[in-house]
Design a protein around this ligand. Sequence first.
Ligand code: AVJ
Length: 329
Amino acid sequence: PTVIPTPATVCRTFRHNNAFYNDVVQGLRAQQKYLDPKYFYDAEGDVLFQQIMQCQEYYLTDCEMEIMMQQSSNIAATFNQYADSYDIVELGAGDASKSVHLLQQLLNNGTDYTYYPIDISGNVIQLLNNTLPQKLSGLKFQGLLGEYFNMLETVNQLSSRRKVLLFMGANIGNFTPTAARSFCQQLRSHLQPGDLLLTGFDLKKHPQLILHAYNDSAGITREFNFNLLRRINKELDANFDTSKFEHFPTYDPMTGACKSYLISLCNQQVRIGEDVIINFKENEPLYMEISQKYDPVEIDQLAALGGFKPITQFHDQRNWFVDCLWQAI
Ligand code: AVJ
């Protein structure tokens, strides 16, 4: 069942029991201010992220596209080795432009499956409904709009088959390593032993390459960050002035943590709704996002801590990115 997104007008009326409002106010009132990157993806944010994926500097998409285009038959064969009959579930499906290659391969093989793309963006689900039937004729699919774990429970009600979960695009990088571990454990708790998980990880590499990917010369990543402030202005009646913030990405090659901040350029007050005032000091950081980078050993450790057995890693030719196949224990 596809659910219709909440319009901004409704958010305004029910501001005080609205998850977006509550999360934003909680993050901005914290000692160390932060916002949740899952809120980047409104209609404008979806477009900006599409543009990021087309940036020369943002290598991640090209790497994973190469893996999907060149190794889909390998990947499908490995699925069949570990599961007889399964459905495909994709978390954060986006435009599915990478997974379509795998889905096409499975159709070519005559594999009988249903594809369940899950996304928190209503625009994304709508786009998939409009484009998938033409791209993949004969595909059985059901788009699901909502939070990952809620929608996984929905899938479990709709399908009794073994699951192959796709979590691509290095989306797991948006968790700190500690949070990624508990995310994997939670994911595991929504799966059955034997279910499979294909997860994309961006690998540690030259620090400058990573930094450029999050600081593209056209400034699209900066706009992507500013857009969340604009979204707060629009949906929560706030008055952020983006010209009073500077986009500041960082990368620590020891820990693999790539973090983006917006730095307040002056002492300033931001109002949210009628009754909330947030004070920013000059140079105060607003923590926007982590994009964690891993090495192959750290990935296998994460699998074990999450309750999975690592099966194999599919990497691109430059060895910058991996899609890892794990099996729930
Ligand atoms: C969608 C989380 C994989 O962290 O690389 C891209 C989001 N942020 N540029 C990433 C993002 C800034 C992206 N993920």
